[in-house]
Write a protein that binds this ligand. Structure first.
Ligand code: J2J
Length: 543
């Protein structure tokens, strides 16, 4: 087991095995079995390219050999920053077979995030595309290498420039290689984050495959299913709920979209006869409007999943008519627990709740500030524990003591209530995070970057309501008296530090001081109210 990864106590692990949750599978075996069962069936569609299960299996084997030749060892960490392309799958299955650990980063991450990931995980390699969406990842890699010299290899899918070409690594498969055990950590997933530095989530083969299996069952996936991946596949939601891996688990077809707009996604839904896809609420709103005016055949689409942030009931009501399919609300987290509304649930539940836990072994508690259970139907802090919810972040002992209870429940930071039918309704959040339409921004991380500016005395980042994204970010800044800071200057400063674009504050408010709570802490609640009010009064000014 990788050092620094807390795991389940023996009696619970034994129970999860005995009850058949953990079946002793690994990702490497899973692909091998699917290739044996449906070798000729198409696993991945990307543009004109169609890759069968047998091909994916063989290419992953050849890449495993290539990675090994390069010196990548079991348990080595490898940053994977690839968009929705077939090489993503070849690379991760090759790493899984080797027992090396993908560290999933998102295509939007930049120098600040990637350098941190490299350093913190002591990554030996970094896998990127050459360019994507007009951005040259080789330039980014150059900056990252300078900042993290321990990084040994930059591997490029496409034109490698001065780095190593992924395409040149495929080698003759080696036999008799001992792979990882089902209980081993398979990869590190990125947490949405609430602290200055993002936390890493260790997921084992056993626990993650269990979550895929149950998710695929709940979504009725089978060999005839086609899942359209519009969100970036490295994110936990399109990766596993049931996502691309759940689809491969079920022997279905993964269709990769390079863009999420209706003009890119709708033709794919029609041509590839897509049966299920997953979006975040702002994208759902765009699709709902577009479905009325575009004449694409969406008739094969059975399920539109919406999750990652709260989907309003008003919008939820429109899905079945506008898209001609069933809405499934998904409330999940990379740390584990995922909730789904069921496909045959009554409309009232589908529209008004964020689903119920996928597994009968998920334990969910709603508690008050003193960790005492709230009365039934009341809003409380949601705590959870179960067969696919982590017991601690990677190398984060101090933080883990706060983020988990002594009996191993994860403190989700979400405020929820349970309906009488056992469904969760998300009512808010008590974590220091802004959910920008599904993109999570840790306030403290952005504040630390702001504080690095010599003209900034203090900074507090809070959410402000937004009709489209649900929330946007507002940075309240106390400048030094002598400074003549501007909004544009601060944003440019953050960009210059290599912060991902979605973390750059949408709005900056300069103030003389911060309102305080009774105990002298910055009152973010007051700041949130302040900016919400300011927005409302601005909105009501006659034009
Ligand atoms: C309200 N808040 C939600 C929802 C997530 C499936 C689906 C989503 C994620 C994900 C995921 C929400 N309504 N429907 O990993 O497997 C907020 C909560 C939660 C946090 C987790 C999956 N769905 N959220 O979004 O790790 O605050 O995972 O704790 O990115 O998103 O974020 P993340």
């Amino acid at each position: 087991m990788l050092p620094g990864c807390p795991t389940w106590p023996k009696e619970l692990a034994d129970r999860y095995r005995k009850e058949g949750c953990w079946r002793g599978e690994t990702f490497g075996d899973m692909l091998r079995q699917r290739a044996a069962a449906h070798g000729d069936r198409i696993a991945i569609v990307s543009g004109d390219q169609r890759m069968s299960y047998a091909e994916l299996d063989a290419r992953a084997d050849r890449l495993t050999a290539g990675f090994r030749k390069l010196g990548i060892q079991p348990q080595d960490r490898v940053i994977v920053q690839l968009p929705n392309i077939p090489q993503f799958f070849e690379a991760i299955f090759a790493l899984f077979r080797l027992g090396a650990l993908p560290v999933f980063s998102l295509p939007v991450h930049r120098k600040s995030e990637i350098t941190y990931l490299c350093e913190f995980t002591e990554a030996v390699a970094y896998i990127i595309p050459d360019t994507d969406s007009g951005f040259d990842y080789r330039d980014l890699a150059e900056q990252v290498k300078e900042a993290a010299p321990a990084l040994r290899h930059v591997i490029v899918a496409g034109d490698p420039g001065k780095f190593t070409a992924l395409g040149n690594l495929y080698a003759d498969p080696v036999s008799g290689m001992e792979g990882p055990s089902p209980g081993d950590v398979a990869f590190l997933q990125l947490s949405g984050g609430t602290t200055g530095l993002p936390k890493l989530i260790p997921r084992t083969h056993d626990d993650y495959i269990y979550s895929l299996r149950v998710s695929a069952e709940i979504c009725s996936l089978n060999e005839n299913s086609a899942y359209l991946a519009v969100l970036p596949v490295a994110h936990n939601y399109p990766l596993s709920s049931p996502g691309v891996l759940g689809t491969l688990y079920a022997g279905g077809r993964v269709v990769l979209a390079r863009g999420a707009s209706p003009d890119e996604a709708f033709p794919l839904i029609a041509e590839e006869r897509v049966t299920i896809t997953a979006v975040v609420p702002p994208l759902a709103l765009i699709w709902l409007d577009a479905a009325a005016s575009r004449r694409y055949d969406l008739s094969h689409l059975q399920v539109l999943q919406v999750g990652g942030a709260k989907f309003s009931a008003e919008a939820a009501k429109r899905v079945s008519t506008a898209m001609g399919c069933t809405l499934q609300q998904v409330y999940g987290m990379a740390e584990g627990l995922v909730n789904y509304t069921r496909l045959d649930d009554p409309e009232e539940i589908i529209v008004n709740t964020q689903g119920r836990p996928m597994s009968p072994y998920d334990e969910v508690r709603l508690v008050d500030d003193d960790d005492c259970e709230v009365a039934s139907g009341e809003v409380g802090h949601l705590l959870t524990r179960g067969p696919y919810t982590i017991r601690g972040y990677y190398k984060a002992e101090k933080h883990n003591a706060k983020a988990f209870t002594t009996d191993g429940f994860y403190r989700t930071g979400d405020l929820a209530r349970l309906t009488s039918a056992g469904y969760l309704v998300i009512e808010g959040r008590d974590k220091d995070q802004i959910n920008r339409g599904g993109d999570k921004v840790a306030a403290e991380e952005v504040e630390n970057h702001l504080l690095a500016h010599p003209g900034v005395h203090d900074a507090a980042v809070v959410a402000m309501p937004d009709e489209f994204l649900g929330e946007r970010t507002c940075a309240f800044v106390v400048p030094y008296h002598s400074s003549s800071l501007t909004d544009a200057e601060l944003k440019a400063f953050l960009r210059g530090r290599g912060l991902a674009a979605y973390k750059i504050p949408d709005r900056v408010e300069f103030v003389d001081s911060f309102p305080q709570t009774g105990v002298g802490k910055v009152s973010k609640k007051t700041l949130r109210e302040l900016i919400a009010k300011k927005q409302t009064s601005l909105a009501s000014v006659p034009k």
